[in-house]
Design a protein around this ligand. Structure first.
Ligand SMILES: NC(=O)c1ccc[n+]([C@@H]2O[C@H](COP(=O)([O-])OP(=O)(O)OC[C@H]3O[C@@H](n4cnc5c(N)ncnc54)[C@H](O)[C@@H]3O)[C@@H](O)[C@H]2O)c1
Length: 299
């Protein structure tokens, strides 16, 4: 694979072989996994050693699941693990040709990270991407001295399974950055790309979040049980899972943060977070990642 990548080149004439991922939670670990499986050299940054170790464990567990499901063999799993390194220091990202930021959905935190990445990442033409679900890319681009090299590369959860990637260009993103990102997502990661302008929620979350919030409001009002709401959408509309189980999978904290960004941008009541969602996040009931949300899960 590495050989193919070397000879393939991308639209800038520079093949992306060295990737950095900031954050190794649900999404960062998935992004790092698909990059390592595609033969790339990957460095992942977490806040401290314990978080890095938890991220590595999540990633290895996912690779093991891939082996059990027959998606890769032991040799490929070990090779992928061998391409991954973990750090707590963004200075280690100096030679990265693409960095994907996947920390929590918090604008101030992401702006700080883009400011730091701009300082540390010195590889020629390096692309600084965010996996944000809803924060305008322009706000991240203007935190750097190179907004033309900043783009949204929005993966879907679980990253190794779902093929979609939304590419989001700000008013400043260059055509070269878009072309290189498209080539990377399609030819290297074998993802299916859709394009979105730089509006909170982009395409998928602008449609999905009001649906999830409606389900929460329905449950909050006592109109129907969580189980009946989910069963209704699974059995009645052939959705692979119902909206409340999906909110648990996404994370209630992430769902709340995305709905707040959408509400801030559009001021439409359909994006306003229902009180039940806010209270559950206050209580630490974040869904699968804390073993409890609308449902309970085994660790
Ligand atoms: N959860 C989803 O289904 C989903 C889908 C698509 C996109 N996203 C987006 O992906 C991003 C991450 O979401 P997630 O669900 O993976 O969140 P998460 O809470 O699972 O993981 C976030 C990780 O970032 C780490 N982190 C925080 N600050 C950091 C820093 N300064 N440097 C390095 N790491 C740091 C945390 O320790 C944590 O491990 C968000 O922007 C979210 O909107 C989420």
């Amino acid at each position: 694979m590495r050989q193919n990548l070397r000879t393939m080149g991308d639209t800038n004439g520079t093949t992306i072989e060295r990737v950095g991922v900031v954050g190794c939670g649900l999404m960062g670990s998935g992004i790092a996994e698909v990059c390592a499986r595609a033969g790339l050299d990957v460095i992942v940054r977490e806040v401290n050693e314990a978080a890095a170790e938890a991220g590595r464990a999540r990633l290895v567990k996912s690779l093991d699941r891939g082996v059990s499901a027959g998606k890769l063999n032991d040799v490929e799993r070990d090779a992928a693990v061998g391409r991954l390194a973990f750090t707590t220091d963004l200075a280690d990202f100096a030679d990265r040709q693409l960095v994907v930021e996947a920390v929590v959905e918090d604008e101030a935190m992401k702006v700080d990270i883009f400011r730091e990445l701009d300082r540390h990442v010195t590889a020629d033409g390096a692309i600084l991407a965010s996996n944000t679900s809803s924060i305008p890319i322009m706000k991240l681009g203007t935190a750097t001295a190179r907004p033309e090299q900043v783009i949204g590369i929005h993966f879907f959860n679980p990253v190794p399974v779902l093929r979609l990637v939304e590419l989001v260009t700000s008013l400043m993103t260059s055509d070269v950055t878009l072309l290189r990102s498209t080539t990377f997502a399609t030819d290297v990661l074998h993802k299916r790309v859709i394009r979105s302008k730089d509006r909170a929620g982009f395409v998928v979350n602008a449609l999905l979040i009001p649906y999830l919030l409606s389900a929460i409001r329905m449950m909050e009002s006592g109109f129907a049980s969580a189980d009946d709401i989910d069963t209704g959408m699974v059995e009645g509309c052939s959705h692979p899972m119902g909206p409340l189980r999906l909110t648990d999978l996404i994370g209630l904290d992430t769902t709340l943060a995305v709905s707040q960004s959408l509400y801030e941008e559009f001021k439409e009541p359909l994006y306003a977070p229902p009180p039940l969602l806010s209270r559950m996040v206050d209580a630490g009931l974040l869904g699968r990642k804390t073993s409890r949300g609308f449902y309970e899960y085994q660790r």
